[in-house]
Design a protein around this ligand. Structure first.
Ligand SMILES: [Zn+2]
Length: 416
């Protein structure tokens, strides 16, 4: 489709981190954006600079936010509060929005010092990347040198029996990866979580490995803890929004409202899975009013509509509208559901809106959200047709719709 052509390259102020701007995010950034911004951060090292990106999930036209007024401190404080508040102080949990695994498909997307994860047969395997060599012919083939905490079942059993006797079992490992065949994720740490520069991370991993007295049980025999410790200096438990886990969270509440995003957001925050700024951002976004559609005047091209589909709320973006007497015949873009075992794909389809109020439209008109022009919303939606990155609760039909509609950053003029 040549998306990059459609979206003008814009000059943006990136600085060396994107979390500094986290306060101004209107919605969670897409995986693509996280990749871009963290890449720039690595390359730009300390010096903030102007960089051109072709990423469509760009920054507003006029992004001259006065960096000096950004309150990174307060964001950090919030995180500290969160940790302090938790009764399980020994087990800090990383916010699911602030530490995100992003799938990598090319060798160049893996860097020294990265926290990498592969799926294992028994459990996931986490490691620190010490070196990367990309195959010259095939960019999806790569050789990585890793340091990781051994996490074999035998080791775990042994450690349970003699919890204080187990020594570090840290290994260096060289792995050949075919990124097309195996699912490899790199964890992207937002700057709301303090984390070290790549060289420091590697140094920490390598030094721990070569120290014979290093006590592995510090990490409760958990390779995830070792890896997060290398990156942040703290043992963090990483969480992912998985269906199974969400179901568990809702088990005590009789599963009522499991499809209710706002309720999910609250529960995730209560469970310490979300930091306060991320919780607040979601809460604000999810409380934007939804108005029932009762006439043709109630909905326009580029609007987000919501309706019940298989007894769940489902969202879509309006691409075209044709008026009829008692209903509207629309073209919509959405993550189409075609049965439980089929991959969901973003599709353009025909949809009829009756004027009985059963379909609602999200009304951004009286909010301070910066939205795209209707034509741009349609263009963004169409640029994603065919995408198969559906993920329950983190990249579903409502995330897609909001991505189309909302600019990533709040407009400068509406900043307090
Ligand atoms: Zn967060």
């Amino acid at each position: 489709m040549g998306n990059s052509k459609k979206f003008k390259r814009k000059k943006i102020w990136t600085g060396n981190d994107y979390a500094l701007r986290q306060t101004y995010l209107q919605r969670p950034p897409s995986e693509q954006t996280i990749k871009h911004l963290t890449k720039q951060r690595q390359e730009a090292s300390h010096k903030p600079s102007f960089v051109k990106i072709a990423e469509e999930d760009e920054i507003t036209e006029d992004p001259e936010i006065d960096e000096s007024s950004c309150k990174l401190e307060s964001i950090k404080e919030n995180h500290d509060d969160l940790d302090g508040r938790e009764e399980e102080k020994t087990k800090p949990v990383a916010c699911i929005e602030c530490v995100k695994p992003v799938r990598v498909f090319k060798g160049e997307e893996i860097n020294r010092g990265d926290h990498i994860k592969f799926h294992g047969r028994i459990y996931d395997h986490h490691a620190i990347v010490v070196n990367v060599t990309i195959s010259e012919e095939k960019d999806h083939k790569v050789v990585v040198e890793l340091v990781n905490a051994s996490n074999t079942t035998a080791g775990a059993v042994y450690a349970c029996m003699r919890p204080f006797a187990s020594k570090a079992k840290l290994l260096s490992e060289t792995k050949k990866l075919n990124l097309k065949k195996i699912k490899v994720m790199v964890y992207k740490y937002s700057d709301t979580i303090k984390h070290s520069l790549p060289e420091e991370i590697i140094k920490r991993a390598v030094t721990a490995k070569s120290n014979p007295d290093f006590h592995y049980n510090l990490f409760s025999n958990n390779c995830e803890h070792f890896t997060t410790w290398c990156v942040t200096g703290e043992r963090l438990s990483l969480q992912i929004r998985k269906i199974r886990m969400i179901v568990q969270l809702f088990a005590n509440r009789g599963f009522q409202g499991i499809g209710d995003e706002a309720l999910r957001n609250t529960i995730e925050c209560e469970k310490g899975m979300l930091c306060k700024p991320c919780f607040e951002r979601n809460r604000k976004l999810l409380s934007v009013a939804k108005q029932p559609i009762k006439s043709k005047l109630d909905v326009k091209i580029g609007d987000i509509i919501t309706y019940k589909h298989y007894r769940c709320w489902h969202s879509a973006v309006i691409l075209e509208i044709e008026s009829h007497e008692r209903s509207l015949e629309c073209k919509i873009a959405h993550y189409a559901f075609r049965g439980f075992h089929r991959d969901r794909k973003i599709r353009e389809e025909t949809f009829r809106i009756p004027f009985d109020g059963s379909v609602k439209v999200t009304d951004f008109s009286n909010t301070d959200y910066t939205v795209y022009d209707p034509e741009e919303v349609v263009e963004r939606a169409r640029s994603k047709l065919g995408e198969k990155r559906y993920d329950h609760f983190s990249n579903d039909s409502s995330h897609f719709s909001r991505w189309c509609k909302l600019k990533l950053y709040r407009n400068r003029n509406s900043l307090q």
